[in-house]
Design a protein around this ligand. Sequence first.
Ligand SMILES: NC(=O)c1ccc[n+]([C@@H]2O[C@H](COP(=O)([O-])OP(=O)(O)OC[C@H]3O[C@@H](n4cnc5c(N)ncnc54)[C@H](O)[C@@H]3O)[C@@H](O)[C@H]2O)c1
Length: 255
Amino acid sequence: MQANSLKNKIIVVTGGAGAIGQCFVRGIVERGGIAIVADINIDAAKLLAQDCAGHAEAADLDITSKDSVVTIIADLIQRHGRIDALVNNAYPRNKNYGKKLEDVAYADFCENVNMHLGGYFLVAQQFCLAFKQQGYGNIINMSSIYGSMAPRFEVYDGTPMTMPVEYAAIKAAIEHLTRYFAQYFKGTGIRVNCLSPGGILAGQSADFLMAYNKHCASKGMLDANDLLGALMFLLSDESSLMSGQNLLIDDGFSL
Ligand SMILES: NC(=O)c1ccc[n+]([C@@H]2O[C@H](COP(=O)([O-])OP(=O)(O)OC[C@H]3O[C@@H](n4cnc5c(N)ncnc54)[C@H](O)[C@@H]3O)[C@@H](O)[C@H]2O)c1
């Protein structure tokens, strides 16, 4: 992918201050784009934007608030005249998130689905309204391998981690929302695709890594950087005839 493949494209990354989002923001800037670090953690977003020397901007965004989403869109259109793409990447979860199935309270299940799936819907809906007016737009929704494969629970044995049931429901729904939006907006210049990573390295134990990596082809758990090739392809005009699709990047884990 060429250094200037995203030249002057205005690209909003929700959750842009998080682990994967930061890497996406830097990758966009390296390829000539202007990254909007849209995050509820505005302090972290500002620090990252400062580090990108004028090629990134911080924006305060809560994906679960319609006012917040509408405000960021209006502000960007007013200042830049357009928005080229959205990466729907934030990861909201409540304090009880991540328990095993027997321990998940109904209220927590609903709250996590509302924030994450509902937030992705709200952001995609409002950006598509703006994209329709400008005649084009590109959305990449972040899913996960666990949106399309059943969990391998045994890799979590002996660790405090699990693959949360809410996450499976949310990510499967995000993949289907991708197809729904792609079909709904067909013919308007808007395209919508999905990116589904495998697990990302974040200080997991050696035992967990061994159990996980034995299902992979070579490297095993990924660095966020390993997603950049697929993200840049989806953001660039090289994928201009692709919509409603899901790209899995997982070193073969889901096979
Ligand atoms: N980390 C992994 O192993 C992995 C694997 C596959 C898919 N993913 C997906 O990648 C995406 C990013 O994950 P991550 O690991 O970088 O998460 P992260 O927790 O490191 O970062 C998430 C970011 O979202 C922000 N955020 C939370 N609630 C928000 C809200 N209401 N509005 C706006 N911003 C909000 C946080 O402040 C944070 O900066 C998520 O969709 C996640 O499901 C992650």
